[in-house]
Ligand binder design. Structure first.
Ligand code: AP5
Ligand code: MG
Length: 193
């Protein structure tokens, strides 16, 4: 089972590269942000909880995120693997994911980190805000999302770095060149159990 963790700050290109990866390797795309936005659209109870946090650029509480992920993984027992996009975002989430996968004799094979400068992140997200109208793509919320990433999510990198699974890629290249690098690392450095 090929489980890929795509990691990086808001606007780094996780969603863009995930779409290419799921097609190329025939995997499931698991984006917690996308799931929350769908629930918000449907005005479900989970959507109402998530909206409260997303609108401020804060993280949805770990217990909500973890039980949601558990459900998705249990619902797809035949999956060839996952591209995890925007999850895990805290060390507690990373540990919970490891426990879930270990119980199924699976693991995270590789973490790919998309490295993009802060000014470029802001430029991309403001631009997307204008064209796609994602509500959290507004300057003061973007700035908080980046702050939350640096304070609460960046430690997840150290967690996988200690397992020697983290590889950093220059995310400032064209989408095509980023994809080439991502595939190179997946093909040569994945450590799947
Ligand atoms: P989430 O939906 O995960 O958003 P995010 O992490 O802030 O990241 P984005 O989706 O904005 O960026 P991306 O890296 O996917 O970049 P993209 O490919 O779109 O989370 C949203 C919220 O949900 C969070 O703030 C939180 O509240 C909550 N949440 C989600 N998961 C959670 C969790 N696990 N725990 C707790 N809370 C959680 O690209 C961005 C733009 O750049 C696009 O317009 C794209 O076309 C462009 N672009 C992409 N690549 C390139 C390139 N190489 N060159 C130029 N432009 C590019
Ligand atoms: Mg995304």
């Amino acid at each position: 089972m090929l489980n890929i963790l795509l990691f990086g700050p808001p606007g780094a290109g996780k969603g863009t590269q995930s779409k290419k990866l799921v097609e190329h390797y025939k995997l499931h795309h698991l984006s917690t942000g996308d799931i929350f936005r769908k629930e918000i659209n449907e005005q479900s109870p989970l959507g109402r909880i998530a909206q409260h946090y997303i609108d401020k650029g804060e993280l949805v509480p770990d217990e909500v995120v973890i039980s949601m992920i558990e459900e998705v993984i249990n619902q797809n027992p035949k999956a060839k693997g996952y591209v995890f996009d925007g999850f895990p975002r805290t060390v507690a989430q990373a540990k919970a994911l490891d426990t879930m996968l270990t119980s199924k004799k699976k693991n995270i094979c590789i973490m790919i980190v998309l490295d993009v400068k802060r000014e470029e992140l802001i430029r991309r997200l403001l631009n997307r805000g204008k064209t796609e109208g994602r509500k959290d793509d507004e300057l003061h919320i973007i700035e908080n999302r980046i702050k939350v990433y640096e304070e609460q999510t960046a430690p997840v990198f150290d967690y996988y770095q200690q397992q020697k699974k983290a590889f950093i890629i220059n995310g400032m290249q064209t989408e095509k060149d980023v994809f080439k690098d991502v595939c190179y690392y997946i093909d040569h450095f994945s450590q799947c159990t």
